[in-house]
Design a binder for this molecule. Structure first.
Ligand code: SF4
Length: 718
């Protein structure tokens, strides 16, 4: 079949933001390609972008609004009702949205603004998120709005705000070919950001860059590394502080940069005394000589860069981990130039944009703080109303508040907290207490099962809008196909719902919901967010624009901080080492860490409904051969992994990718959900859960081995 048209849009999976050209005949996408001159991915696509979009055709897509029978009858049942006793009934959009508006307004009137909460969506567009947070803030006057950024880079954001006043990637990912040394830490880049990994490999192989990988797993990028620092999980602060110690002791720091651009250096240096390489070796398990070599390599680089992903922030001391990395850049002056910088790789396709658009409880759009009265006044003037100047609840706090009855009604747009929250058994108990839950998504996933109303939304290939990728590039998302059935774009549903809520509230406000296209919503956001002020849809044709774009004639910004930091001077912070909230012990002797695999994406709502699921269809646990031998586990055996919060059964992969004492489980599989095991202890500043360190034991479930004496308790982590 020949294509009738080719539509250019952006890949809906990860934050790299690759350009997709979809070749379409009738209602059928024939194939995906990418142009060789695409600025982000140079014609390359990973397997998800090339083949993974076929989830849009899956027969399990919900194509009409659904309401539980009990909710239609006007009953006030919580989700403790078993779905089998309370079936879905298809309804019209009018009935569904009127019901949602009535129940939300009823909750607001009876219990006040903070009885409502919303999970917004890092997969939805900037416009979807801008309008959804505006609906909750302007109409219900609550800041109980968050999304999965809380569960990935929240502590990177807090650390970067504390140290320099800006939390996005400072540079463009493809600039790594301009670095002569770069550090990759807490990132399985080859599987999580595959196209950026290609550019990193090119930097090493073609341009002679030296790569330092710091990671407790033997991830693929180790094959390209000059030095691999295999730190124990949770020991990033001593590792990177020991590198800083070496840089200071050997006077490898950039005196001019420190004098001109930073503050707090002298006090910080005193706190480094104890972080000797020998001390770090004891804590981290990394040879002191390797720490010294890595410090010298990075400090002596002409252009040094740091890239990190979730292995850094997802700890109870994630903010400290990220600060330890920031210190390396401030010491050496490896920031503010091409090929340098502090680069937290963002996971979801639009987690940067959802954060920019204000889908967070502490910030309005543009990171403007919700607890500052003058900022509140600015947004109230534009929208007609705004919340009291106080922070809202984060995702994990919202779940807890549902559990104790403070939050009674919830709206979830495109997220799946009953896969992504830690300690899932507890999270499910909390969701069962909700009086009213609305889920807006493509499929009824684990969270959708708990909903009273399900609103079918259009996929990213069925609507217009913009995504902002990991290096701040705002790009156009285009409607490739019409939405299936009665599904509608998220922004359209929100505007329709908000207008109904406003009528039911009976108030006259200036908030505007009559948008005819998402471009108008982006324009309104640009009037409130200076970094987006110069962005219009017509200016995004081609390669998009990297914010900040302060004016209509500004060309965008490839790298930040050439002259100064948003907070003025970069600030050093004293750090101390804290152990993780839960350490291996006699009962749970192994570290568990979690992450992604190439063929799957997060909670699996998209990839598990795609044919690429066949390439990685089963959950597994990676275990080091020495640990496996000790536990009499063979490759392919079924095993039970148990933590203090739950147990799952899955297949063992005996592999050197896992270092001794550490097992790894991908978090995509509902049938053996890694988050049944993870710990909901939080970083005190960012309130991000400690996904990357839990203590577990692993036991074979094979009958023959189960008869043997249990040896799991003999293990001690390392
Ligand atoms: Fe899509 Fe990310 Fe793969 Fe690019 S690297 S094709 S954006 S999943």
């Amino acid at each position: 079949m020949l294509a009738e048209r080719v539509v250019s849009t952006i890949c809906p999976f990860c934050g790299v933001g690759c350009t997709l050209e979809l070749h379409v005949a009738g209602n059928q996408i024939l194939k995906a390609t990418s142009p060789y001159n695409s600025v982000v991915n140079h014609g390359n696509l990973c397997v998800k972008g090339r083949f993974g979009w076929d989830f849009i055709y899956n027969r399990k897509r919900v194509t009409e609004p659904l309401v539980r029978a009990s909710a239609r009858r006007g009953e006030r049942a919580t989700t403790t009702v078993a779905p089998a006793d309370d079936p879905w009934e298809p309804v019209t959009w009018d009935e569904a949205l009127d019901l949602v508006a009535a129940r939300f307004v009823e909750t607001y009137r009876l219990h006040g603004p903070d009885a409502l909460a919303a999970f917004l969506c890092a997969k939805a567009t900037n416009e979807d998120n801008y309008l959804a947070q505006k609906m909750f803030r302007a109409l219900f006057r609550t800041n109980n709005i968050d999304h999965c950024t809380r569960l990935c880079h929240a502590s990177s954001v807090v650390a970067l705000q504390m140290a320099i006043g800006s939390s996005a990637m400072s540079n463009t990912a493809s600039e790594c070919i301009k670095s002569d040394v770069f550090i990759v830490t807490g990132s399985n880049t080859a599987e999580s950001h595959p196209i950026i990994a290609l550019q990193m490999k090119e930097a090493v192989r073609k341009h002679g860059a030296k790569l330092i990988v710091a990671d407790p797993r033997r991830v693929e990028m180790v094959d390209f590394a000059e030095i691999w620092l295999a730190q124990r999980p949770g020991t990033d602060v001593p590792l990177f502080s020991a590198m800083a110690h070496v840089i200071v002791k050997e006077k490898l720091y950039n005196e001019d940069f420190i004098a001109a651009r930073t503050e707090g250096f002298e006090a910080y240096v005193k706190t480094l005394e104890s972080f000797t390489p020998a001390f770090a070796e004891l804590l981290c398990g990394v040879p002191a000589d390797d720490i010294i070599r890595a410090a010298r390599l990075y400090a002596n680089a002409k252009n040094g860069a740091i890239y990190w992903a979730l292995g850094i922030p997802e700890h109870t001391h994630g903010t400290d981990n990220a600060l330890a990395l920031v210190h390396l850049a401030l010491l050496t002056g490896h920031i503010g130039r091409e090929g340098t910088g502090l680069n937290p790789l963002r996971g979801q396709n639009n987690v940067q944009g959802a954060s920019d658009a204000g889908a967070m409880p502490w910030h309005f759009p543009g990171y403007q703080e919700v607890d500052k009265p003058d900022v509140v006044a600015k947004f109230a003037a534009k929208w007609g109303s705004a919340p009291e100047p106080k922070r809202g609840l984060t995702t994990t706090e919202i779940v807890a508040a549902a559990g104790d009855g403070r939050v009674k009604a919830m709206f979830i747009m495109g997220e799946n907290p009953l896969m992504s929250e830690p300690n899932l058994h507890h999270a499910a108990e909390c969701f069962r207490k909700l009086e009213f839950l609305v889920v807006q998504d493509l499929f009824i996933n684990e969270t959708g099962e708990f909903a009273h109303v399900f609103l079918p939304s259009a996929s990213a290939l069925e609507k217009e809008g913009t995504f902002t990728n990991t290096d701040r590039r705002v790009q156009r998302v285009r409607e490739v196909l019409k939405p299936v059935g009665q599904a509608r774009a998220d922004w359209e549903i929100i505007c329709d719902l908000a207008a109904r809520i406003e009528r039911k509230l009976g108030v006259t406000r200036t908030a505007y919901w009559g948008f005819e296209s998402p471009s108008e919503a982006l324009q309104e956001m640009g009037e409130l967010v200076p970094a987006y002020a110069g962005i219009t849809y017509d200016r995004l044709e081609g390669d998009g624009l990297q914010w900040p774009v302060p004016t209509r004639d500004h060309a965008g910004t490839a790298f930040l901080f050439a002259e100064s930091f948003p907070r003025g001077r970069g600030k050093f912070h004293a750090l101390v080492y804290h152990t993780s909230a839960e350490m291996p012990d006699a009962d749970y002797p192994l570290y568990l860490t979690t992450g992604r695999v190439l063929y799957q994406w997060h909670g699996g709502t998209m990839t598990r409904h795609s044919h690429i699921d066949d390439a990685a269809p089963e959950p597994f646990v990676e275990i080091n051969p020495a640990d496996a031998a000790h536990l009499r586990i063979e490759d392919g055996d079924m095993v039970r992994v148990t933590s203090r919060r739950g147990a799952i059964e899955l297949c063992a992969r005996v592999t050197m990718k896992a270092v001794k004492g550490v097992v790894f489980i991908p978090f995509h599989y509902a049938e053996a959900a890694a988050n049944d095991l993870t710990n909901d202890a939080l970083d005190p500043r960012a309130l991000i859960p400690e996904y990357k360190v839990s203590a577990v034991r692993v036991e074979t479930t094979s009958a023959e081995a189960a008869d043997m004496p249990m040896r799991s308790k003999d293990l001690t982590g390392f």
